[in-house]
Design a protein around this ligand. Structure first.
Ligand SMILES: Nc1nc2c(c(=O)[nH]1)N=C([C@H](O)[C@H](O)COP(=O)(O)OP(=O)(O)OP(=O)(O)O)CN2
Ligand SMILES: [Zn+2]
Length: 125
C-alpha cells in the first residue's frame, strides 16, 4: 500500500453550538489540514498521485473555508464546525474529486485538522 500526504493552512472563525465554555463564543483559528491518500497501484510515472494534483484537489475546499465565519456557510450552518466535523468535510469533499479523477485507484485514507499547535482531530473510515 502507498500513501501520499499534503498539508495546507487556512484561517477561519467559528463557535461551537451545544457547548458550554469559551468556545461557544465566536473566535478564530489558524487551522492546518493534512490529507493522506492511499492506494495499491502507482501510475505510469510511479506516483500514487502527484503532490501537485492533491494540492489542486484540496485548494477549493481550503479556499471555501478561508477567512469565513464557518457557522454561516454550509454544511457548518447546520453541522457544528468542530475540528472533527471539519476533518470529515475535507475527507468527503476530497474523496468526491478523487473518485472521478482516478477511477477509484486512489482514495483518502485520513484527514487531520489542527486547531492549535497542540490540538488535532482526525477522520477516517
Ligand atoms: N474534540 C474537540 N474539542 C474541542 C474543539 C474541537 O473542535 N474538538 N474545539 C474547541 C474550541 O474550538 C476551542 O477554540 C479550542 O479550545 P482550546 O484547545 O481550549 O484552545 P485554547 O487555545 O483556548 O486553549 P487553552 O488551553 O484553553 O488556552 C474546544 N474543544
Ligand atoms: Zn475554536
Amino acid at each position: 500500500m502507498y500513501e501520499v500526504t499534503v498539508e495546507d493552512t487556512f484561517a477561519a472563525g467559528h463557535y461551537l453550538r451545544n457547548y458550554k465554555g469559551k468556545c461557544e463564543n465566536p473566535h478564530g483559528h489558524n487551522y492546518k489540514v493534512r490529507v493522506t491518500l492511499q492506494g495499491r497501484e502507482l501510475d505510469h510515472a510511479g506516483l500514487l498521485l502527484d503532490f501537485k494534483d492533491l494540492k489542486v484537489v484540496m485548494k477549493p475546499v481550503v479556499d471555501y473555508l478561508d477567512h469565513q465565519m464557518m457557522n454561516d456557510i454550509p454544511p457548518f450552518n447546520e453541522v457544528n464546525p468542530s475540528a472533527e466535523n471539519i476533518a470529515r468535510y475535507f475527507y468527503d469533499e476530497c474523496n468526491k474529486f478523487l473518485a472521478g479523477q482516478t477511477s477509484g485507484r486512489v482514495r483518502v485514507k485520513d484527514v487531520t485538522i489542527w486547531e492549535t499547535d497542540t490540538t488535532t482531530a482526525t477522520y477516517y473510515e
